[in-house]
Write a protein that binds this ligand. Structure first.
Ligand code: ATP
Ligand code: MG
Length: 262
């Protein structure tokens, strides 16, 4: 079963539709097998969160929008799963930010996959995609393997990097380079979530449209106001709130006897 033609009345229709998108992109060489597994880990946390954008996530989205708006060299880092699940929103965000660049950065790097992602982004209107092939000629200090390679015009010189669905090692190394790292990760306990400056604990499918909306809304704000929103955000406290929220939700469900409506 490919999950592509999901009956609309199916109780898990949305989740199956998202899986269908990933499978389609897997077959087209955009998503790798490990990406499918990573999505499953995300889904498990989404269940615990109640498959909705929570208050702490909304707060993080606002801080992320403000941070991206005041950044001098913001970069949106894109991988296979992000392309499969949020291509349109990546492009919309790029358009809204004026000065942003889009860079392909893959955990499982292959030139064919970089080209496939670049093609989809270009078809969606992006003029230049960074990080493809030899363009990724700079290295992130402290990261071994192919994951260290970045574009000297993009992530390497960025002051703020949006990394939807990133790996912990690289997220940590980018933070060590002094960059403001904005992560979208359903797992509040991952290394990515804990090393980022701003972690949006939400599904990339829900978070990206909300991030675009927040950027549109905050665009008219003063620099001082944006700086305040960005600086006042406390990631540790926000992650603790996400954990508390999961904890309380599970305790409530347990008290109700679980069988009741989730
Ligand atoms: P880390 O390397 O940060 O410690 P990890 O090794 O557990 O995390 P990876 O396999 O590196 O995880 O990356 C997958 C991460 O992406 C997981 O933390 C998972 O929760 C998250 N994830 C997967 N799909 C989504 C999604 N659709 N939206 C948001 N987060 C997702
Ligand atoms: Mg990892």
């Amino acid at each position: 079963m490919e999950y592509v033609d999901v009956p609309p009345g199916h109780p898990r229709a949305e989740s199956l539709r998202i899986r269908g998108k990933l499978i389609k992109h897997f077959k087209e060489g955009v998503v790798v097998a490990a990406g499918l597994i990573a999505h499953g880990r995300g889904e498990a946390f989404d269940y615990l969160l109640g498959e909705r954008t929570t208050e702490p996530a909304l707060k993080a989205i606002e801080a992320a929008a403000a941070t991206l708006l005041i950044a001098k060299r913001p970069v949106i880092s894109v991988n296979g799963n992000t392309t499969a699940l949020a291509l349109e929103e990546v492009v919309e965000l790029w358009l809204e930010l004026n000065n942003a660049r889009i860079e392909v950065n893959l955990f499982h790097r292959s030139f064919e996959r970089e080209l496939a992602i670049e093609r989809l982004l270009k078809e969606a209107g992006v003029k230049e995609v960074l990080g493809v092939g030899d363009a990724a000629s700079a290295s992130i200090p402290g990261v071994l393997s192919e994951r260290r390679r970045v574009d000297p015009r993009g992530i390497f010189i960025a002051d703020a990097v949006l990394i939807p669905l990133e790996d912990g090692d690289r997220a940590e190394a980018l933070a060590k380079m002094g960059k403001t790292v904005i992560a979208i990760d359903l797992n509040p306990l991952s290394r990515t979530a804990r090393s980022a400056s701003i972690t949006i604990v939400d599904n990339v499918v829900r978070a990206m449209p909300k991030l675009v909306k927040a950027v549109k809304k905050l665009k008219g704000s003063s620099y001082e106001e944006l700086r305040r929103i960005s600086f006042e955000f406390d990631n540790r406290r926000n992650l603790a709130e996400a954990l508390r929220l999961i904890n309380n939700r599970l305790l409530e469900l347990a008290a109700k006897g679980v069988a009741l409506e989730l």
